[in-house]
Design a protein around this ligand. Structure first.
Ligand code: ADP
Ligand code: MG
Length: 728
């Protein structure tokens, strides 16, 4: 039988092993098994594995037998065999009950796999699986300097995988023909990469760690290139569908916006504005990501683009993640446009347009009217939440889609809105979560990117501190005092809590991003709740201040009322959940107190902090926590307090959340396309692969001359791996 990469493992390995691999490791074909790389290598005598293992780990260790003793058990019938093994760095006890142990000889080497337990303070394996090396046999595998340790399962041990891989690699013979290298020779030599067969041999059966490194580099290239080809193909497909040019016209809405702005645009806003204006003027649909630090003024950039499209006869839709934010956008845009935003109303200017709000909570009559305005084209600017995506929403001529706070949406949502154009509309997505370059090149790889680095001048800046309650309980009183001082000076404050409160089973409201239970504490008290904290503050440290609450369980009208009162300065302190996390813009607010700050992720905290000091006054952000300063959580909070550089924090977030979460489930997934590639460490490699992918697809023939690469891309697309691309 000719074995290919697509041959089912059952045909090569026998049904029992194959079933185990399929069920517990998700490995079905030869390709899957060859891409199931070792997670590490044990080298006899010098490894540090035994010293590192923790109770509860399921591990495989390579070690030497130091002693074997058997004695009858005290309270039961039968015998107990204790075997001590060591590896140079540490020792561990193996225990067996009623075990025939004649084959366990001192000084022999073996591999032992099991879950690390503990008995009287000592780490031990009870009845581990084991594989002894045969010193006399021709078991050359065990004589090798490096023994691969595979991600294994209860049913399939590391050495079963090792043996199976060895079988496939055929001890060298015939393997080379089995593997067609998809990577063109030219690219290989340009970047000094091993042929695929050699890389697979080296990663599974290396002699030195240098072999492993070289193999890994080549295999990472495969991952990066396949990914970049997929993304480049998307960019190309999007570029080939013609859209409609929306050229800039003088004397229209855009000029009116510029005239009405109460401030001068920053240089960054002007530059990005020019870039957008030029791109909107092409019939190739724009596909752009605008990333800009919290408070950098993205909204006005988007509004100017929308105005240009309206001036050119099209409609623009702005998708916001929350009703609070959608309402705020509508309020701001209407205020700025004045009569020009009220065309068709008594006091409106007929040469203008209408700014229409469309959210799920509109009353039936209001919704009918909004839908009609969208459908007959009188609404030039449509702002809404997810409700915009519904089928009943039809545009006359949708020319531009703006997605605010893109990280709250998926690609599907962006595409659903895009599909509402007669021809593909221009797309602008915005995010205040700065995206490290590698993520931008991968997760967001199908977008062009603009960045607003500058904050509008005259901002006071925010100083941040951690308030560690267990160590400095008195600091909390001081925090409330500071808040009162700010309020006395005419400023306003937010107090954010992770939970709403009051209801049984009430879950943290959207505290995404926080690494759950990273300290392994599952017995923590429930997170603080808005309703409880508000009551305590009213009765205690903030008595006498005008304080209100805002959370996701209020009706949209209630939320709107509360936000409007806060924006108008009537409310001095707003106790809220993360509903205020994104976008909320009240320039007079200067204090942000985050209760149970450890319950929030790094990016989330940065976003929350971005709610204050948006005007000319300096801001204060206090991260209140019970986490000890010296814990990982404490250090994470200290890092947030120490820097206001969003890019640095995004990196930290990437580290603490681990890349798997960024890429969706794929990284941990059994057959994900990304196994070796690291978004943090492989920036350069990803950039090179992106260059090659773009070059490969820049000719008319595309991948026609590279069937191997085309097959890899197809495999990525058809596999469940593609899932994470959608989760961007
Ligand atoms: P973000 O980028 O976080 O969405 P916004 O667009 O909400 O930020 O802008 C933050 C605040 O800065 C708003 O109050 C906005 O009116 C103001 N702003 C925007 N651009 C400028 C500018 N060039 N000069 C002064 N203030 C500005
Ligand atoms: Mg914003």
């Amino acid at each position: 039988m000719a074995v290919t990469l697509e041959t089912p493992l059952a045909k090569v390995l026998g049904p029992k092993t194959a079933t185990g691999m399929a069920d517990s490791l998700g490995l079905h074909t030869v390709r899957h098994l060859l891409r199931h790389y070792p997670r590490g290598y044990a080298s006899r005598g010098e490894q540090a594995d035994l010293a590192d293992v923790q109770v509860g780990d399921r591990v495989t260790v390579l070690a030497q037998i130091r002693s074997v003793t058997t004695r009858p058990m005290r309270n039961r019938r039968g015998s107990l065999t204790e075997v001590v093994v060591g590896d140079g760095s540490g020792r561990m006890k193996l225990v067996f009950f009623n075990h025939r142990h004649g084959h366990l000889k001192v000084n022999e080497w073996g591999m032992f796999a099991g879950t690390v337990g503990e008995y009287r303070g000592e780490k031990q394996f009870a009845h581990p699986d084991m594989h002894l090396m045969d010193p006399d046999g021709d078991d050359t595998d065990w004589a090798r300097a490096l023994v691969p340790i595979y991600p294994a399962s209860k049913d399939v041990s590391s050495w079963v995988i090792q043996k199976s891989v060895k079988l496939l690699l055929g001890a060298g013979g015939g393997f080379g023909e089995l593997i067609d290298d998809p990577l063109p020779e030219e690219i290989r030599s340009r970047h000094g990469l091993l042929p695929l067969a050699a890389a697979l041999l080296d990663i599974h059966r290396p002699t030195t760690m240098e072999d492993v490194e070289r193999a890994r580099r080549r295999l990472k290239w495969d991952e990066a290139l396949t990914l970049q080809l997929t993304l480049a193909a998307r960019r190309r497909a999007a570029a080939l569908e013609p859209g409609i040019a929306r050229p800039r016209k003088a004397g229209g809405l855009l000029d009116a916006v510029d005239a009405a702005l109460p401030f001068a645009l920053t240089e960054g806003q002007r530059d990005v504005g020019e870039e957008l204006a030029a791109e909107l003027d092409r019939d190739q649909p724009m596909h752009r990501l605008l990333q800009g630090e919290v408070g950098s003024g993205k909204t006005v950039v988007a509004l100017r683009a929308m105005a240009q499209v309206v001036d050119a006869g099209g409609q623009a839709a702005l998708l916001a993640p929350t009703e609070v934010l959608a309402a705020q956008h509508v309020r701001g845009i209407r205020a700025l446009l004045g009569p020009l935003g009220r065309a068709g109303e008594l006091d409106g200017d007929a040469s203008g347009t209408r700014v229409t709000l469309l959210t799920g909570s509109l009353k039936a009559a209001a919704k009918r009217q909004a839908l009609a305005e969208v459908a007959d084209g009188s609404a030039g600017i449509v702002v809404g939440t997810h409700a915009l995506l519904q089928q009943t929403v039809e545009f006359t001529d949708l020319g531009l889609v703006v997605v605010d706070e893109q990280h709250r949406f998926g690609v599907e949502q962006r595409d659903a809105l895009r599909a509402k154009g007669n021809r593909p509309p221009h797309v602008l997505v915005m995010t205040a979560t700065p995206i490290p370059r590698t993520v931008a090149m991968t997760v967001y790889g199908d977008l062009e990117i603009s960045t607003l680095r500058q904050l509008p001048s005259g901002r006071g800046g925010v100083s941040s501190s951690v308030v560690p309650l267990t160590e400095k309980p008195a600091w909390l009183d001081r925090a409330w005092e500071r808040l009162r001082e700010e309020v006395a000076a005419g400023r306003q404050a937010y107090v954010v809590c992770p939970r709403i409160g009051d209801l049984p089973g009430d879950e943290p409201e959207d505290a995404d991003g926080a690494p759950p239970e990273e300290d392994g504490r599952s017995d923590r008290r429930p997170p603080l709740a808005v309703l409880d904290v508000a009551e305590a503050l009213r009765a205690g440290p903030l008595a006498g201040l005008r304080l209100d609450v805002l959370h996701g369980r209020m009706t949209p009208e209630e939320k709107d009322g509360v936000m409007a009162a806060f924006a108008a300065g009537e409310t001095q302190v707003l106790v809220a959940t993360t509903v205020v996390e994104v976008g909320v813009d009240v320039p007079n607010a200067t204090v942000m107190v985050v209760m149970d700050a450890d319950r929030f992720g790094v990016s989330q905290l940065h976003q929350l902090r971005g709610r204050v000091a948006r005007g000319k006054h300096a801001g204060l952000c206090l991260l209140v926590t019970e986490a000890p300063t010296a814990s990982p959580t404490g250090e994470r909070l200290a890092a947030v307090a120490a820097t206001s550089d969003g890019f640095e924090l995004a990196r930290l977030d990437l580290e603490t959340r681990r890349e798997g979460d960024v890429l969706g489930a794929a990284q941990s997934g059994k057959r994900s396309g990304i196994r070796l590639l690291s978004l943090l460490a492989d920036e350069e490699l990803i950039a090179e692969a992106r260059g090659e992918a773009t070059a490969l697809l820049s000719t008319d023939r595309g991948l026609a001359d590279h069937p191997g690469l085309a097959a890899e891309v197809a495999a990525l697309a058809s596999d469940e791996r593609a899932e994470w691309l959608e989760k961007a």
